[in-house]
Design a protein around this ligand. Structure first.
Ligand code: PLP
Length: 494
């Protein structure tokens, strides 16, 4: 299996090269040049296996330059039992009628990003041995909250890697800040940056591309890489849980082998739902892919009308991981649905960069409509859905998952489609205790311990990593300006 670029089809890379590179030199995203087919017989076999064994089957289709032993050791490290609060790793729970929930938040940071960021560091270490002469990998991350912690937790103490995370001093929630400042591990570094997320992000990009810094790293036997969501190594682990959830539905007698299912996904950067698209293209019986947004509904408008326009009001919502106006991974979908036409993609992306907007052809929009439905939920809709779901089923939804549930309920009302559906649940409700509790109460919670109160009401267990936070030692206190970031990097790497 080889990987090519959405903007230059002459690019041809192995899986390990693609994972190390992250993004293609001309700015395109790396995509598999062809997809393999998983038969129904194979899916029936997978249904009898554990999550790790299912993952091995899917990953070996994509990471063809990894040996079976390498895959085994990567998977055993990533999905080690002690790190996940569910033995199933990503369990599917039946709620009612056609509605099922895929819980993707049982990992160490209680958000779905763990599913990929637990595995990526292992994939990178092996890739570095194959494609970078064993050079040490230095990961730089600018984060608005969730990604930084999940990456730190994934890369901590992983051989031959170092990770440096920058977050905006006043731009993350108290829980997210504490999660990062108490991070354990001998190869991890964290610093606050004076400024906002965009300041941190642009400074990281500058360091990445600075040729003097790169040369210095090179002579010290190191190289930069990136853990952000356009890296293929973050997408491929996500394809696994769509197959796995389908297998679980068979085992739960919710479906029979070969029956079609819908997936509904709370979407930001379009990485999670794109993995579902790849699963369908590989033969998983999927009916509709339903893309759910919050008030930042740029994707809803695109999927329903064919025009992508980021020139609009940006809303700060209670589902911050979906507060995105440039959905990077959409580029991969458009590449596949435009007959892999690199020129179409180059033109669309140039228009996005220059004007903040593009409109696709009728044919391309028709292709998008063959796979996707889309909707969005406002803050009131999200809060009402959390309350209703808790009252009807005793099941707590976080704010992101609630957006998806609301969009799914609207979809059923509109279409009458009662195909069994899996809704991705992307975060533990305890990551957003105050908002979830306020939703359940029907008015803003003003007390001091939302987490405890939410537990008292719901009796749903608080994930251990969140409980443990209270007693942890703060290890990092560095605060720097944007201009000081390169010297902080230098100091950490000495
Ligand atoms: C990152 C994130 C999302 C969005 O996922 P994408 O792959 O960016 O579409 C949704 N919910 C939560 C909780 C997240 O952390």
């Amino acid at each position: 299996m080889f990987y090519t670029s959405t903007r230059d089809k002459s690019v041809k890379l192995t899986a390990s090269q693609a994972i190390l590179k992250g993004i293609s030199d001309e700015g395109g995203l790396l995509v598999p040049a062809q997809l393999s087919h998983i038969t129904l017989e194979k899916i029936a076999e997978m249904a009898k296996l554990s999550y790790i064994e299912r993952a091995k089957i899917i990953l070996s289709e994509f990471l063809t330059d990894f040996t079976p032993e390498e895959l085994d050791s990567c998977l055993a490290g990533a999905y080690e039992k002690s790190k996940f609060s569910s033995e199933a790793i990503a369990p599917t729970v039946h709620i009612d009628g056609s509605k099922n929930i895929l819980e993707l938040w049982h990992g160490p940071t209680c958000a779905f990003k763990d599913m990929a960021l637990q595995l990526l560091p292992y994939l990178m270490s092996v890739s570095a041995k194959k494609a970078a002469a064993g050079r040490q990998i230095v990961i730089l991350v600018a984060t608005s909250g969730d990604t930084g912690k999940a990456a730190l937790e994934g890369f901590k103490n992983v051989e031959n890697t170092k990770i440096l995370v920058f977050y905006p001093e006043n731009g993350v929630s108290p829980t997210q800040k504490l999660q990062m400042l108490t991070q354990e591990g001998d190869n991890v570094y964290v610093s606050a940056v004076k400024g906002n997320f965009d300041d941190a992000q642009s400074a990281v990009k500058e360091i990445f591309t600075n040729s003097t810094v790169k040369a210095a790293l090179n002579s010290a036997g190191m190289m930069f890489s990136s853990a952000n969501s356009i890296n293929w190594g973050r997408l491929v682990p996500q394809i696994v849980y769509y197959f796995s959830s389908y297998c679980d539905l068979i085992n739960m007698n919710e479906i029979k082998l070969g029956d079609k299912v819908n997936f509904t996904v709370p979407t930001g950067n379009f990485g999670n739902i794109l993995a579902a698209f790849y699963a369908k293209q590989m033969g998983l019986p999927v009916n509709r892919l339903i893309c759910a947004s919050n008030s930042n509904n740029v994707l809803t408008d695109f999927i329903n009308g064919g025009t992508y326009n980021k020139n609009r009001q940006f809303y700060t919502t209670t589902s911050p991981s979906m507060d995105i106006l440039i959905s990077s991974n959409l580029e991969r979908l458009l590449y596949h649905l435009s007959n892999e036409d690199e020129n179409t993609i180059k033109n669309l992306m140039q228009s996005l960069a220059e004007n903040g907007t593009y409109t696709v052809s009728d044919d391309l929009l028709k292709n998008v409509s063959k796979f996707f439905d889309a909707g969005w939920a406002d803050e009131a809709g999200i809060f009402a859905t959390i309350k209703k779901h808790f009252e009807s089923y005793g099941y707590l939804l976080d704010t992101h998952t609630a957006a998806a549930v609301k969009v799914y309920d609207d979809y059923v009302k509109k279409t009458g489609d009662l195909t069994p559906t899996v809704i991705d649940s992307t975060a533990s409700p305890y990551k957003f205790s105050k908002d979830v509790l306020s939703a359940v109460l029907g008015s803003e919670y003003t007390g001091s311990d939302a987490q405890e109160e939410l537990f008292r009401l719901s009796q749903m267990p608080v994930p251990a990593p969140i409980t443990a936070l209270k007693g942890k030692k703060v290890r990092f206190s560095n605060v720097c300006t944007k201009e000081d970031m390169p010297s902080f990097v230098k100091k950490c790497l000495e």
